[in-house]
Design a binder for this molecule. Structure first.
Ligand code: ADP
Length: 321
């Protein structure tokens, strides 16, 4: 019978991680388990920066962005020596199961650790990029795209007044999900994503066609992994003579109070992770698939990044004609 589990957040933070921590802690306590909170991801795991959590430790955090457990990247955890220090803490603190809230890098670490030391681990996908195979939504993505859409709305107001072309660079080094979904929701003219190469000529042609038929402004969304927003702005200016203004949203996209969707998702996923550990499940991740929170083997997350949804991409193109 499992009596004590631990929880950590690792890798890049995302809004809603706190709601997931709260769900893990409260669901576990509800079932009579003890919970150890590990600070600063795998760094705190190695350095024994951890302690018991109670119902009050997660009070008043459901609406807060970031993670109260803090997060980190740990090079040391990638080494067998680092992981053996972490295992010493597993023994010292009597940890029988671990919930890792993070991205696919964090899942990789969890999987390696499980293989070496046989500690049951469950991954909860928390990343604004929504690039994890095995779930249709990761915690923080909805908040991030809402932040981008809000920015688009504001830019649209000033863009209409001045008849300018605006370029908005958003996060996504390897994944264009934020750019794509926010671009669709915000009615962007063009969306540049790393998964699909699009020429600046095409973007310019579309811009010119739009202005010809009386469009007052244009908004182009660029995922940082596709191109630099500043560079795109410069190229469009050179090719068309249009005045371009570039905004780089940056870390704004990681913060903010999580949306209701992200809080609900995080609550369901955190609770499911505890259920899975109690059922004796190990080495799995939770995911949202067709509206249900389900478990799939952690390795599911390692078969490359989640491919972009081409149907959505084509739809965004059709609607911005
Ligand atoms: P994310 O979880 O957001 O994808 P990272 O890729 O930075 O973020 O991974 C977070 C942490 O997970 C790393 O700093 C490292 O400690 C651990 N990790 C990643 N890959 C491995 C691996 N192959 N073996 C062991 N630990 C890993």
């Amino acid at each position: 019978m499992m009596q004590r589990i631990a929880v950590l957040t690792s890798g890049g933070d995302s809004p809603g991680m706190n709601a997931a921590i709260r769900a893990v802690v409260r669901k576990a306590i509800y079932h009579g388990l003890e919970v150890i909170g590990i600070q600063r991801g795998y760094s705190g795991f190695i350095e024994a920066d951890m302690g018991p959590m109670n119902l009050g430790s997660v009070a008043d955090i459901v609406h807060r962005g970031g993670t109260v457990l803090r997060t980190a990247r740990s090079e040391e955890f990638k080494t067998p020596e680092g992981r053996s220090k972490a295992f010493a803490n597993v023994q010292r603190f009597g940890i029988q199961g671990l919930v890792v809230i993070g991205g696919d890098g964090s899942f990789k670490g969890a999987e390696v650790f499980n293989r070496e030391y046989n500690l049951p681990v469950i991954g909860v996908p928390g990343t604004i990029d929504n690039d994890i195979t095995g779930t249709e939504f990761s915690i923080g993505f909805d908040t991030a795209i809402n932040t981008v859409v809000e920015a688009i709305n504001k830019i649209r107001d000033t863009a209409t007044s001045h008849e300018r072309t605006f370029i908005l660079e958003v996060m996504g080094r390897e994944s264009g999900y934020i750019a794509l979904m926010a671009g669709l929701a915000g009615g962007a003219e063009s969306i540049l994503i790393p998964e699909l190469r699009q020429s600046i000529e095409e973007v310019c042609d579309k811009l010119k066609r739009g202005y010809k038929r009386g469009k007052l402004h244009s908004i182009i969304i660029v995922a940082e992994g596709a191109a630099s927003g500043l560079e795109v702005g410069k190229q469009i200016r050179e090719m068309t003579g249009l005045e371009t203004k570039v905004t780089i949203l940056g870390h704004l996209q990681r913060g903010g109070t999580p949306t209701a969707f992200d809080r609900i998702l995080a609550s369901q996923m955190g609770a499911k992770a505890v259920e899975l550990l109690m059922e004796g499940c190990r080495n799995h991740m939770v995911g949202m698939v067709a509206g249900k929170v389900v478990a799939s083997p952690l390795e599911a997350a390692f078969h490359g990044k989640r491919p972009i949804d081409l149907e959505i991409y084509n739809l965004a193109n059709i609607l911005s004609i």
